[in-house]
Design a protein around this ligand. Sequence first.
Ligand code: 0O2
Length: 212
Amino acid sequence: MRALRDETERFMLRYKFGMDEVITKLSILREEFSQNHDYNPIEHISSRLKSLDSVIAKMQRKGIEPTFDTIRDTITDIAGVRVTCSFVSDAYRLAELLTEQPDIRVLKVKDYIAEPKENGYQSLHLIVEVPVFLSTGAHPVAVEVQIRTIAMDFWASLEHKIYYKYDRQVPQELLDGLTDAAHTAAELDSRMERLHREVHGAPSHRRGTIAI
Ligand code: 0O2
């Protein structure tokens, strides 16, 4: 029993280390930008490690027997990092800067900014693999990185709260209101981006260019 607990702790710790590696990379970019470009594309960085209970619940939803190997192969969001940016162009720029790094392997990209979910949810999701160097050698660890604007983040956190308040049975009227609010948030992002461009010029990246 104790051996299993120790192995579980070691298993989860690797995800924490992977998350720390990604946060360090983002923090370095943030500091370097502030120093060299007199501009900061990152407003906020937060992170969370999925609890073992949520991991097991997700495996059960997927109908897969949870073992260390199946969890490692199936659940790619045990380590999660969320980055909020002021502008949509910053979100893409940051994704490019992170995924271009030679020790990062991009496993999956879900661009919910280019193609929002039906409820209006917008965010750029990357699943990246980062090496964690332990006494036993290098271990690749998957980390989910969600990059979005302040407006998208505001919407997502309210939607999340409503979803849980109503125990996933949200009244249609509220769902419609949320979808409408998502459109308003997207419109605000476009207007802010236009104003930003007038001051700083056009960004050098293009949407949807993050390669796997
Ligand atoms: P938490 O507590 O934030 O971790 P897959 O992993 O590919 O099998 P999944 O997990 O649906 O499928 O992946 P997806 O679509 O990339 O979504 C993963 C995460 O994005 C969610 O994690 C949320 O954090 C966020 N997300 C996705 N859709 C929505 C949405 O409609 N509203 C809000 N508020 N957040 C969303 P978790 O595990 O659900 O939650």
